[in-house]
Design a protein around this ligand. Structure first.
Ligand SMILES: [Zn+2]
Length: 435
């Protein structure tokens, strides 16, 4: 005897069909978005769906204005006729990407292909109490939206990259060095309550690693280590084109690899972490004091230009230029930092076997001494079997990498097929720290 369908089962079946329908729509849309423009036939091959199913989905996507279809000028001609191709309508929405540093704020908008549409930088003070700081952040976002003449109904969401670790389990800041009153604060909840859009927050190095992988030198690679050298040293891991967070979200924190047991005190409370030995501040300090120079040539002196300079007035570009114009203390300081970073890079390569290690920062972008030293030192410590297949290269995206990565996280979530990363990231209960 065959049981009759109960109403409940029919409803369940309806839900399953809807899920399948949504899944197929996203599958086709993502194929157009990431691999298009493409012909309907090609999309059927890419997705494994029938031509009829793909055609009916494309018709719906055309109606929703999510794709356009036509004879695109830049498409390769075949048999004398240009094919009719389906193309993602990347300008149907915008995304807000934000980078919060200790003293500056960068806001950008991108379209849904990650193309930057507007940029704004302004001074910021992340060391002020969270109540003041969050109010300043919300005000800056409102001013940016007004200046760029943007409406909230065009904004898919906000991504935020911060110079501190984020606990991915709770989305809160994890004991931010130098800003301890922020511990446990949920910036995403605050912003989504203010602006009624989904908000995603992550560490700045993770965000920069993601954008370098999508749009920069990391594009050909699925697994890489990303290291950013500036005020501190940050790291992000990309595994299968996505950020690898680890259990709590702090995976890749290469700056806190302890390289010298009795080294300088780090902001994390330990001694001799990589960033105390090789970040921009450490390099400036070494060059002006002539420490590396004294080891190599004890009687040689630092040029009066560096020795007499007020260290607060120097930035890393002064040291890079001094090194390039022959100042030995500057050159040796950059090389010494490069050796420390190289030793840490070798540990990462031996542990993770990435295809490539991408370095970012002024010392890599405009100078050669640090990168050369990183390559030499990591070659010395890396397993000989994997060294020839591992590349160490410079990043490409520079100052916008973090904000662009933050925007990319929003785009990825908006088109994610798996429920875990789907758009519905609205917090049900918002803990408003300014209330
Ligand atoms: Zn540390």
């Amino acid at each position: 005897m065959i049981a009759r369908d109960t109403g409940k089962d029919a409803l369940q079946q309806g839900a399953d069909y809807r899920t399948l329908r949504e899944y197929n729509h996203l599958l086709v849309l993502n194929s157009v978005r990431l691999q298009g423009p493409a012909a309907r036939v090609a999309l059927a091959q890419l997705t494994g769906l029938s031509k009829t199913t793909v055609s009916s989905i494309i018709d719906q996507l055309l109606q929703d204005n999510l794709v356009t279809e036509g004879d695109f000028i830049d498409a390769p001609a075949s048999g004398g006729r240009r094919p009719i191709l389906v193309q993602f309508n990347e300008d149907i929405g915008l995304v807000l990407g934000i980078e919060i540093r200790y003293s500056t704020l960068t806001l950008i908008t991108t379209n849904l292909a990650g193309q930057v549409k507007s940029v704004w930088n302004e001074p910021f003070d992340f060391t002020t109490p969270p109540q003041t700081c969050l109010a300043m952040l919300a005000a800056a976002i409102r001013i940016f939206m007004a200046r760029a003449d943007l409406q909230w109904d065009h904004i898919l969401g906000i991504g935020v990259g911060l110079t501190v670790p984020i606990d991915t389990r709770t989305r809160t800041l994890l004991f931010p060095p130098g800003a301890y009153s922020w511990d446990g604060i949920d910036i995403a909840a605050f912003l989504s309550q203010q602006f009624q859009v989904p908000v995603y927050v992550d560490n700045n190095a993770n965000m920069a690693a993601l954008s370098e992988g999508r749009y920069g030198t990391g594009k050909p690679f699925s697994d890489f280590v990303y290291i950013t050298i500036g005020k501190g040293i940050g790291g992000g891991l990309i595994r299968n084109h996505q950020i690898y967070h680890g259990a709590m979200g702090t995976a890749g924190e290469i700056g806190h690899l302890q390289l010298v047991g009795d080294g300088p005190l780090c902001i994390c409370g330990k001694h001799g972490c990589l960033e105390t030995l090789a970040d921009n501040g450490a390099i400036i300090d070494d060059a002006c004091a002539g420490r590396s120079l004294a080891r190599v040539a004890p009687r040689a002196g630092v040029s009066s230009r560096l020795a007499n300079a007020d260290i607060e007035d120097l930035d890393i570009n002064d040291i890079i230029h001094a090194a390039e114009s022959g100042e030995m203390s500057a050159r040796l300081a950059l090389q010494q930092a490069g050796r420390y970073i190289g030793a840490a890079v070798a540990i990462m390569i031996n542990l993770l076997n990435p295809e490539v290690v991408i370095l970012e920062g002024a010392t890599v972008r405009t100078g050669r001494y640090l990168l050369e030293a990183v390559q030499e030192e990591s070659a010395r410590h890396t397993l000989p079997a994997i060294w020839p297949a591992t590349k160490i290269i410079a990043g490409q995206l520079g100052d916008l990498a973090v904000a662009l990565g933050a925007a990319t996280v929003v785009i990825d979530a908006a088109f994610a097929i798996t429920p875990a990363t789907a758009l519905a990231e609205y917090p049900q209960q918002v803990n408003n720290p300014t209330a």
